[in-house]
Design a protein around this ligand. Structure first.
Ligand SMILES: NC(=O)c1ccc[n+]([C@@H]2O[C@H](COP(=O)([O-])OP(=O)(O)OC[C@H]3O[C@@H](n4cnc5c(N)ncnc54)[C@H](OP(=O)(O)O)[C@@H]3O)[C@@H](O)[C@H]2O)c1
Length: 329
């Protein structure tokens, strides 16, 4: 029997995490309803989602999209309120009608609304890792002061959250191990990277994601962000957080305990698992993700990341093609 209906403000609804969230939500109409949806400028995509999920409010963060949103909602005959501008994101993130906020905006643009949701004591599903990287201490303070429940949905942090003691204690934890697939350019030499394009950087071998995080994964910048994210979320220093390369992306991360036990969370690489976990926590619900077929997996590989410059390894520099690709995304 599902508990009371949760009402969700989904910030970044038109993105990759937004789409995965809505896929899970649509499977459980008895548990979840959509209170608000937001986009930056893609009004047509936002309108299509409004037609399907009938939220109370829709926000276009770029004020230039307001008229198209308002008129589009009217043409669809929807009672959804049209809102625009960054302050409207804060408005729906703090609206008492929404008990859950999914922070799925990309980049620093997501920080203010994530902080606002934390201060307002929401159940906060945190995909926007930039909030934690840029304002980790503020965010943790805001969550404590507001009484928010922070639920990490970045797959690595969600895995660690699942493997840590349920009472929130860190007793017995030796270190956290974040897995990294290595991205689409793993194993290539500097010379082989000379002609890469943004589309190649975005063609991740295991995950389908938005363009910024895809490029950050290709450069391993994303793993650096995730180490910072883990320090704040799990209150552990950087020297107790390690990265291990695992190209198959089946083991999403691990916790190493002092008694020699290592707990890992495994699953097919699909963000709906982490999102379903965050949406229903502490319960578990169907996410639509296929069961893991261990026998079909030939092997798991683990290797240390390259940790010092070598001529064979492409450290991103100001002139590096990878950095140029990131700027173009
Ligand atoms: N994708 C993944 O698998 C994954 C995994 C772990 C963590 N994350 C994190 O989750 C967040 C979202 O990633 P994503 O891959 O879903 O990104 P995405 O596909 O690029 O979607 C970004 C969303 O944010 C909106 N947006 C963009 N700029 C905005 C702005 N200035 N103001 C307000 N809204 C804005 C976009 O609206 P428009 O569509 O209108 O542009 C879209 O709804 C990122 O922080 C990422 O690091 C993602």
């Amino acid at each position: 029997m599902a508990g009371p209906l949760k009402t969700i403000a989904l910030l970044g609804a038109t993105g990759s995490i937004g789409g995965s969230t809505l896929d899970v939500v649509a499977r459980h109409p008895d548990r979840f309803r959509i209170g608000a949806l937001s986009a930056h400028g893609r009004v047509d995509e936002l309108l299509a989602l409004c037609a399907r999920f009938r939220p109370d409010a829709a926000v276009v963060a770029d004020p230039a999209g307001f008229t198209a949103l308002r008129d589009g909602l009217h043409a669809l005959g929807l009672p959804t309120r049209a809102l625009a501008g960054p302050q409207a994101l804060d408005e729906v993130a703090t609206d008492p009608a929404n008990d859950t906020v999914v922070a799925a905006i990309v980049g620093a643009a997501g920080v203010a609304s994530t902080l606002a949701a934390a201060r307002a004591g929401k159940r906060l599903l945190l995909a926007n890792k930039e909030s934690v990287v840029l304002a980790g201490e503020l965010l943790m303070q805001a969550a404590r002061a507001g009484g928010a429940t922070l639920l990490p949905v970045d797959s690595e942090h969600n895995a660690i959250f699942q493997c840590l003691p349920a009472d929130g204690g860190r007793g017995g934890v030796r270190r956290l191990l974040l897995t990294a697939s290595g991205g689409p350019f793993r194993g290539r030499t500097r010379a082989e990277l000379a002609g890469i394009t943004p589309d190649q950087a975005c063609a991740h071998p295991n995950w389908v994601m938005g363009r910024k995080i895809s490029v950050d994964s290709a450069t391993l910048m994303n793993k650096g962000l995730e180490v910072i994210e883990a320090q704040h979320l799990f209150s552990l220093p950087a020297d107790r957080i390690e990265v291990v390369v695992h190209p198959q992306s089946i083991v999403h991360s691990l916790v190493d305990y002092v008694d020699g036990s290592v707990l890992a969370q495994l699953g097919n690489p699909d963000m709906r698992t982490a999102l379903a976990y965050g949406l229903a926590w502490p319960e578990r619900i169907d996410s639509g993700v296929a069961p893991l077929d261990l026998a079909a997996l030939k092997h798991f590989d683990f290797e240390p990341p390259t940790s010092r410059p070598s001529p064979a390894w492409p450290w991103p520099t100001a002139r590096s093609p990878l950095v140029a690709v990131r700027r173009r995304c």
